[in-house]
Design a protein around this ligand. Structure first.
Ligand SMILES: [Zn+2]
Ligand SMILES: [Zn+2]
Length: 270
């Protein structure tokens, strides 16, 4: 590997319904690759928290991560995290699960806006994309204001589907101001920005967010970056992380963060 400290702070295990491999296998894969650390961040979709059993699966994920940390101790740092989806659509559920588990790391995500399906499954020929994106940024800003998370996952997630899958162009200029609002809010609240490397292995072809946004975050004074593959199977553990680190270097970052007990530990990119 090109870098001394390679960590993956966004992976899903079989405690997420769209992923298939147990935490132990994900960790084994990380050890084989020589990763420094792995943070388990299974889905907890707050808007369908009890209806879809996220109360149980998130608790299960937390215990599996703790078990894996004990088994892999000395070979790999394993942290227990969660990807909290749409916390603003059920704040009570979000706070309940955070109070129940002593997570090291909390990612906040917006996969769908209120009363809409996931951006993944929307029919864009019948949607007003501008209106959807306005609401997407509103909900992210509301989440940052709430503040019970460590890092904002995959900012510009809708681009993965709108641009990557449906080939609908989104003019960068149009959303520059709203993106800047998000970056400034993160910096003000001392929250991290994630670089999600799943875009490299999907049709989007770039990290989420991409280089210009990461550069802007740094220019505005942002220092807290986390990095994750968003692997949903053992074969994707660590995927694109070094490529993501190249992008971070280009954007002018010398370190990225790995969180333990919600505290950022800086690791060098070099
Ligand atoms: Zn996500
Ligand atoms: Zn994820």
């Amino acid at each position: 590997m090109k870098y001394r400290y390679v960590s993956d702070s966004h992976i899903h295990t079989d405690c997420s319904r769209d992923a298939s491999d147990p935490a132990m296998m994900m960790c084994e894969s990380a050890v084989r690759l020589g990763l420094y650390s792995l943070t388990v961040t299974d889905h907890c979709e707050c808007n369908v928290y009890s209806e879809e059993g996220y109360d149980k699966s998130t608790l299960q994920s937390y215990f599996e991560a703790k078990k894996a940390a004990a088994v892999f101790g000395g070979r790999l740092h394993v942290f227990a995290g969660v990807e909290l989806g749409q916390p603003m659509q059920n704040r009570q559920a979000a706070e309940k699960i955070l109070d129940a588990c002593g997570f090291d790391f909390v990612l906040a995500s917006v996969h769908n806006i209120k009363n809409k399906e996931d951006f993944y499954s929307l029919n864009y020929s019948c949607e007003d994309v501008d209106r959807l994106l306005e609401r997407y940024f509103d909900e992210i800003l509301e989440t940052i204001d709430w503040g019970r998370f460590d890092s904002l996952a995959h900012l510009t997630y809708p681009w993965r589907y709108i641009v990557g899958e449906h080939h609908i162009a989104i003019p960068a200029e149009r959303w520059k101001g709203r993106i800047e609002e998000v970056l400034k809010a993160l910096i003000k609240r001392e929250k991290a920005l994630e670089i999600n490397t799943s875009g490299f292995r999907q049709s989007l072809g770039v990290s989420i967010p991409d280089l210009p946004i990461l550069e802007r975050y740094r220019e505005l004074g942002g220092k807290l970056i986390t990095i994750g593959s968003d692997a949903h199977r053992w074969a994707d553990v660590g995927a694109g992380i070094e490529q993501g680190m190249n992008v971070l270097q280009k954007a002018g970052f010398s370190h990225y963060m790995v969180y333990e007990s919600h505290q950022p530990n800086a690791l060098p990119i070099g």
